[in-house]
Design a protein around this ligand. Structure first.
Ligand SMILES: [Fe+2]
Ligand SMILES: [Fe+2]
Length: 174
């Protein structure tokens, strides 16, 4: 479909639509990255962490679909993303927790950028839609930070990893 045809059906501005589609790709990448972390944990026997990351992966998929629904309900064309560059090998559990926190912080920055873009372009409706993500990111960062804290609090000597695994599994229940 020609972009001029799509344009007639939506009040979404091109620059914002482009960034929303880009964000869908980022959420899809997060979904795949967390699933890869879950797989790695499974192989290490860290089933609590594996379940935790699998759940995170599912949430990222929901984040992606929430944008998909918004874009389609605005009458615009959502682009189903291709996912590339998903890491399968990790140095260790702490490394995974660090990567997860870095990923969440980068995504928070993306939503700050998107919100600012909406304000600049006077698209207050999309800015309001993005507010949910800003709230969600606070929670996402908090959990990711807590995982790192737990790792450092529970020294990974002897049965340390086992304790971390159990502690992280509880995060899903909270
Ligand atoms: Fe997300
Ligand atoms: Fe996330």
């Amino acid at each position: 479909m020609k972009s001029s045809l799509i344009r007639q059906r939506t009040s979404l501005q091109d620059s914002i639509l482009e960034e929303l589609n880009k964000q869908m790709a980022i959420e899809a990448h997060s979904c795949a990255a967390y699933l890869s972390m879950s797989a790695w944990c499974h192989v290490q026997g860290l089933v609590g962490c594996a379940d935790y990351f699998k759940k995170q992966s599912g949430e990222e998929r929901e984040h992606q679909l929430r944008i998909f629904d918004y874009v389609t309900s605005m009458g615009a064309l959502a682009v189903s993303p291709e996912v590339r560059g998903v890491e399968a090998n990790f140095e260790g559990l702490r490394n995974i927790f660090e990567l997860a926190l870095d990923m969440e912080i980068a995504i928070t920055e993306r939503f700050n950028f998107l919100t600012e873009l909406c304000h600049k372009n006077k698209d207050y409706q999309t800015a309001k839609f993005l507010q949910w993500y800003l709230d969600e990111q606070m929670e996402e960062e908090e959990n990711a930070r807590r995982c790192l804290e737990l790792f450092d609090l529970i020294t990974p000597a002897n049965d340390g990893l086992y304790q971390i695994d159990k502690a992280v599994a509880k995060l899903n229940a909270e």
